[in-house]
Design a protein around this ligand. Structure first.
Ligand code: ZN
Length: 189
């Protein structure tokens, strides 16, 4: 699946919209990304997962990990394509943790997968969690990279598509200054 095909699938399902949006954080943006809207269709999730798995086929990962909950569906499909298992991490008292009896074997080779990498912060937390649990991170993958090159990792890195997205505080939003009104995606109002 090419970058163009990935973005077409996102746009077709409303998972990627361009316009003037009010994000949950309160910031305004010219792009709205909600991977859950494309991943709600298992056949799309499977196709995206298989495509993201491809560059990691020789990495020897026996486990794919994602931060809950946004990364789970993508990681699950990557794991299916690689024939590996899929775990997820959750925050416990603010710290990314393996719960539910999930465990790693010493030296277990792990691939960290997210739906969207924005700052790389949560991915980094999963990497730390894996290392603390005795595993080795052999790669980092995301369906979309919207970090603008900011999210750097010392391991192999892949994304199906790169999306440029600007965010502004409402008072500094150039789109508001043109008289346009920011919409909150997903709201039924
Ligand atoms: Zn605005």
């Amino acid at each position: 699946m090419t970058e163009r095909e990935t973005l077409a699938l996102y746009e077709k399902t409303g998972a990627l919209m361009r316009g003037h949006f009010r994000l949950t954080s309160g910031l305004h943006s010219d792009v709205y990304l909600q991977s859950a809207l494309v991943l709600q269709f298992p056949e799309h999730a499977a196709a995206l997962g298989a495509a993201l798995a491809a560059p990691f086929r020789d990495a020897g990962a026996t486990t794919v990990l994602a931060p809950a909950i946004g990364g789970i569906l993508a990681a699950h499909e990557v794991a299916r394509a690689l024939g590996s298992r899929c775990l997820f991490t959750e925050r416990e008292n603010g710290v990314m943790t393996l719960r539910r009896g999930f465990a790693l074997a010493p030296g277990e080779r792990c691939l960290v997968v997210e739906d969207v990498i924005t700052t790389g912060g949560s991915t980094r937390e999963v990497v730390e969690c894996v290392e603390k649990a005795g595993g080795v991170v052999v790669g980092v993958g995301s369906l979309i990279d919207r970090s603008g090159g900011a999210a750097q990792f010392a391991v192999k890195r892949a994304a199906l598509a790169t999306v440029q997205a600007q965010t502004w505080k409402p008072e500094a939003c150039p789109l508001c200054k043109t008289g346009s009104e920011a919409v909150k995606p997903g709201s039924r109002a």
